[in-house]
Design a protein around this ligand. Structure first.
Ligand code: HAS
Length: 557
């Protein structure tokens, strides 16, 4: 499909800006492992302190990169499958809002006025422009979504008998989840945080803010994940050399995410005393439920890959695994996706450990948690994003991949790095190593009375993994920018490898319509969140004063 210059430019900026910022994001990831390993015993390096670096790392990698990519990929999939481009003015408006928001938040973080980590929990307080920047980034992404919804409704009118393309279903489900969950964080930012940060209110209700944040925060992780799932269902079977085992399974999976992504946020608050046991157990139960669409995906994609292996001549029960195109430089998307899937086996299983109220007591706020989430957000999500960004840049610009042999190795190196890194973190977590702590200042400083030598091997393992991840990241930048700055040699088009279905499945009306699912979604959210908000109302103590990240005593700005 030929795209207009305008849409090409929008997608180009939406990919290039966050990938360029990723240089800072990856640098601060490496710095985290260095601080934590005890290699340095100071609060800051290169004029940026530990919490400032951790905030930049989380916000750039987990919020800015993922949101820009979801919108760019959404423009591409909606345009490609509905055969119509998104509205020009609306897509530029969306882009500008997101860029201005990112610049405001970046200024606040780089100037040291927003070292509040990506969760911005009060009573840590940031400059109002940080909150405003985050809000603009979100509103910008909504604007693009509203336009896609209109595009879809027009398409539906013109094509009443056609199945909704799976990638369109996935994109609309994803942004519906995003729109609903961000309403809570918008309330938190506009009603609680900005007035408090401006000094108009003196104290803040910490539990209410945390509950609103996590209403958004867990759905956020599926907003990160679903673009990768769209790739797994609609692209991976094709690049593996096979077919999608079941398109219906994909539809069921996406709709289950619509129902269950939001009403599980309290599983991040199992240790919050203000939320009562019944609410916690109910949301723990729903959390086991939200693993179901991922199990469905695991079996459907494994069956699709098995079929691909058999088409390539494999024999025996597991022979298909040896026949897949792991190192095919032309089919490099396969390497990025399979590496993400392998990581997600472990990322998913550790998530299920977290979701049990009892086991969560052992791992909450320990290094186990970043161990879990680097095998999810730095696994299928990150690898899907960087692989697809490279693919879109090269096809939309008509440029050949620079150093294709290196490109295909990048995801495997990243996979090895993350496995080592996360093993170090999870092992450390199980023996009490805390997360979000500059261990080199105390626990891993031999001259401190708090020295904990048992965390030396675990943090060194994480450091080794971090170094491998950084090398992989550097190689990716060489390939990405090398491709970007190379000469145009091919026609510039938008084309996705499209997986065919293995079975000819009938159209099921229920799986082709949003209305019933939206109603059930609203009911489950109400059942899960009305008790949580009532608990907060009943059990919140007096408002909290401000805390600064590097000082455990209350202060004010
Ligand atoms: Fe999580 C904390 C529970 C999924 C991210 N999670 C976090 C945090 C982040 C995060 C960032 O219940 C920390 C937040 C913070 O800063 O405090 N998580 C879960 C559960 C799932 C889950 C049950 N998480 C994710 C995903 C994330 C993510 C996805 C990012 C994208 N998580 C929790 C809980 C906490 C938590 C608690 C709070 C902990 C605390 O105390 O603070 C599930 O969705 C996971 C289901 C996944 C599966 C795996 C399916 C496997 C697949 C691969 C198949 C492989 C194939 C290849 C086919 C069941 C699909 C085969 C081929 C070969 C050749 C081998």
């Amino acid at each position: 499909m030929q795209l207009s210059r305008s849409l090409k430019n929008v997608i180009f900026i939406e990919l290039l800006l966050p990938i360029s910022l990723l240089v800072i994001g990856i640098y601060h990831g490496l710095m985290q492992t260095i601080y934590r390993s005890g290699a340095i015993h100071q609060a800051a390096a290169v004029h940026l302190d530990y919490y400032q670096g951790l905030t930049l790392h989380g916000v750039i990698n987990a919020v800015v990169l993922t949101t820009f990519f979801a919108v760019a990929f959404g423009h591409a999939t909606m345009g490609y499958y509905l055969k119509k481009e998104p509205n020009k003015t609306v897509s530029w408006l969306s882009l500008w809002l997101m860029v201005i928001g990112t610049l405001l938040a970046a200024w606040a973080m780089l100037s040291g006025n927003a070292s509040v980590l990506y969760t911005f929990y009060p009573p840590l307080k940031a400059h109002p422009l940080f909150y405003l920047g985050a809000a603009l980034l979100i509103v910008g992404s909504w604007v693009a979504f509203f336009d896609w919804a209109v595009m879809y409704m027009k398409w539906r009118k013109q094509n009443p008998d056609k199945k909704m393309p799976l990638a369109v279903l996935g994109t609309l489900v994803n942004f519906t989840i995003w729109f609903v969950c961000t309403l809570a964080v918008a309330y938190e930012v506009l009603v609680l945080l900005i007035p408090w940060s401006m000094g108009w209110t003196k104290e803040i209700n910490v539990t209410l803010a945390r509950t609103l944040f996590w209403f958004f925060g867990h759905a956020l992780v599926y907003f990160w994940l679903l673009p990768a799932y769209i790739m797994y269902y609609t692209i991976l079977p094709k690049v593996a050399g096979g077919k999608l085992y079941s398109d219906l399974a994909g539809r069921i999976g996406f709709f289950l995410f619509l129902l269950l992504s939001i009403p599980v946020g309290v599983h991040h608050q199992f240790s919050d005393p203000n939320i009562e046991k019944g609410t916690k157990f109910f949301q723990a139960f729903l959390t086991f439920g939200v693993a179901l669409p991922s199990f469905i995906t695991a079996f459907t994609i494994a069956a699709s890959l098995e079929y691909a292996g058999k088409m390539r001549g494999s024999k025996g029960l597991f022979g298909w695994m040896n026949k897949l195109p792991y190192l095919d430089t032309k089919n490099y998307l396969f390497a990025y996706m399979i590496s993400g899937l392998i990581l997600f086996i472990f990322g998913g299983l550790t998530g299920i450990v977290n979701s049990s109220v009892q086991l969560n007591n052992v791992v909450h706020n320990t290094a186990w948690i970043p161990g879990h989430f680097h095998m999810t957000v730095a696994g299928p999500v990150f690898l899907g994003i960087i692989g697809m960004s490279l693919y879109l840049i090269s096809t939309l610009q008509g440029k050949k991949i620079f150093l294709p042999g290196i490109n295909v190795i990048v995801p495997y190196l990243w996979l090895i790095g993350v496995l080592i890194f996360s093993t170090g973190l999870m092992w450390g977590g199980l023996i009490g190593e805390p997360r979000r702590t500059n261990l080199g200042m105390t626990y891993l400083n031999p001259s401190s009375s708090l020295y904990h030598p048992q965390w030396v091997p675990t943090t060194l393992l994480a450091l080794a993994g971090g170094i491998i991840m950084t090398i992989s990241g550097l190689l990716y930048f060489i390939v990405f920018f090398g491709t970007l700055f190379s000469k145009k040699t091919e026609e510039s088009i938008l084309e996705f490898p499209e997986s065919e279905s293995y079975h000819e499945e009938k159209r099921v009306a229920l799986l082709d319509s949003f209305k019933p699912w939206l109603v059930i979604m609203a009911i489950i959210i109400l059942i899960a969140y009305v008790p949580a908000i009532l608990n907060v109302e009943k059990n919140s103590g007096p408002g909290a004063p401000t805390f600064l990240p590097n000082n455990p005593t209350p202060g004010s700005r």
